[in-house]
Design a protein around this ligand. Structure first.
Ligand SMILES: *Cc1c(COP(=O)(O)O)cnc(C)c1O
Length: 401
């Protein structure tokens, strides 16, 4: 969690700007706010970092995904291709939109493969909601080719991939829209927050209206603004945005450090015969928030997990994680919700209760992940690799959420 490791005076200064004026709201109150527009600055700086034309800050990475789906017109009965390995927010967003998730197999890139997507495309497929899992790119060339051929839109839930790129272009800018999360566990955090980026002014405009009850944000009298559409409140507050702004200015430093640390780990572990790593579609673009091992079998992986646990080495075994892999998603399979969804009415396109994901299972059951820390010194990292363990009590690496 590199962002949280670096909280300092910069975050405090930005927050105090907001508290000193008392304007916690991102719009209006021009005189009282004394020139402080944290949400506007936050979205502008993130858009610039990503080389995108427009940014919209919202209340979370989850609401960012819902905002993208809404702006792209994804709703009632639309099929949306999603991965079985993601944070559950991706799937919930599709269902809440009234759309229907269709799961495609992942491969050793830890993301949906072009082959996996191709196998589940139907005439009803409206969008591919691509997740660049664990901070690195999916096979964008292969997936974009499908989008073009089948006239399907690409939307990027790049919640975990802020700062990562593919062939020199930032993730989140390949689709019609892309989103990032700033929750407590991401590379940059603002407590709770999200950003949507796009190059399409029309999409941005719809997104910013949808995320604020349809307000068109023209003029200086909020109550008298026009409301071209309905929406809801997915706004970010100025205090969260202030922290996000300070964190954005640390992103280059974080990426540089993380990548250096990853290279050290990689060099050392590459000497171990038989050990495999996550396959990268563009390794240079990896944000290096994680280090991933692929063990030869589930049995070996589980035995290794046990050894790590006994040795007190923080690690993540996503295959058993309740919120990141479909194996544990009975609530999705049963469509357990407090109210009736479109999916209840129309039924899911796939029979998730009996469906198997052999390719995804094979990768997931063999995958062990470690968090890379930004604040490690090289000496610390060296000593840790020598011991084969993390610093006692410091959370070492790993400890995936
Ligand atoms: C974290 C995450 C989200 C949700 O972000 P929040 O800010 O926690 O709402 C969505 N999708 C993916 C892939 C994530 O990792």
């Amino acid at each position: 969690m590199p962002g949280t490791e670096l909280f300092g005076e910069e975050e405090k200064k930005e927050v105090m700007d907001v508290l000193n004026t008392g304007v916690l709201f991102r719009f209006n109150h021009d005189a009282q706010r004394q020139g402080h527009w944290k949400a506007k600055d936050f979205e502008a700086e993130v858009a610039k970092f990503c080389n995108a034309k427009y940014g919209l800050a919202v209340s979370s990475g989850s609401t960012a995904v819902n905002t993208m789906l809404a702006a792209c017109g994804v709703g009632y009965g639309d099929e949306v291709v999603v991965p079985p390995f993601t944070y559950i927010a991706t799937i919930e967003a599709v269902l809440l939109a009234g759309a229907l998730p269709v799961f495609a197999e992942i491969d050793d890139t830890l993301c949906m493969s072009a082959e996996g997507i191709r196998a589940v495309i139907s005439p009803k497929t409206k969008a591919i909601l691509l997740v660049h899992m664990c901070g690195a790119a999916a096979d964008l060339d292969g997936i974009l080719a499908i989008c073009k051929e089948k006239n399907i839109m690409l939307i990027e839930d790049s919640a975990q991939a802020l700062g990562a790129s593919y062939k020199g272009k930032m993730l989140g800018t390949y689709g019609r829209m892309g989103s990032f999360s700033y929750d407590f566990f991401k590379i940059n955090t603002c407590g709770e927050g999200g950003i949507v980026i796009t190059d399409d002014q029309q999409l941005w405009d719809t997104a910013q209206q949808f995320a604020d009850h349809g307000h068109d944000h023209i003029g200086n009298n909020r109550g008298m603004e026009q409301h071209p559409i309905m929406g809801t409140n997915f706004r970010i507050g100025e205090i969260n945005a202030a922290i996000g702004l300070a964190q954005t200015r640390k992103l280059s430093f974080i990426l540089e450090k993380q990548r250096a640390h990853k290279a050290i780990i990689q060099a050392r572990l590459s000497k171990i015969p038989g050990l495999q790593f996550r396959r990268h579609t563009d390794e240079a673009g990896d944000s290096a928030t994680f280090f991933h091992l692929l063990l030869p079998s589930e049995q070996v992986a589980r035995a290794t997990v046990k050894l790590f646990a006994e040795a007190g080495i923080p690690h993540g075994y996503w295959y058993d994680n309740m919120f990141h892999y479909i194996k544990q998603w009975d609530h999705v399979k049963n469509l357990s919700m407090p109210y009736k969804l479109v999916a209840h009415e129309l039924g899911l396109p796939q029979d998730l209760k009996t469906m198997k994901f052999p390719k995804s299972d094979a990768v997931m059951s063999q995958l062990i992940s470690f968090n890379i820390r930004v604040t490690w010194t090289e000496a610390e990292l060296d000593a840790m690799l020598e011991r084969g363990g993390g610093e006692e009590g410091d959370g070492g690496g790993g400890g995936c959420v």
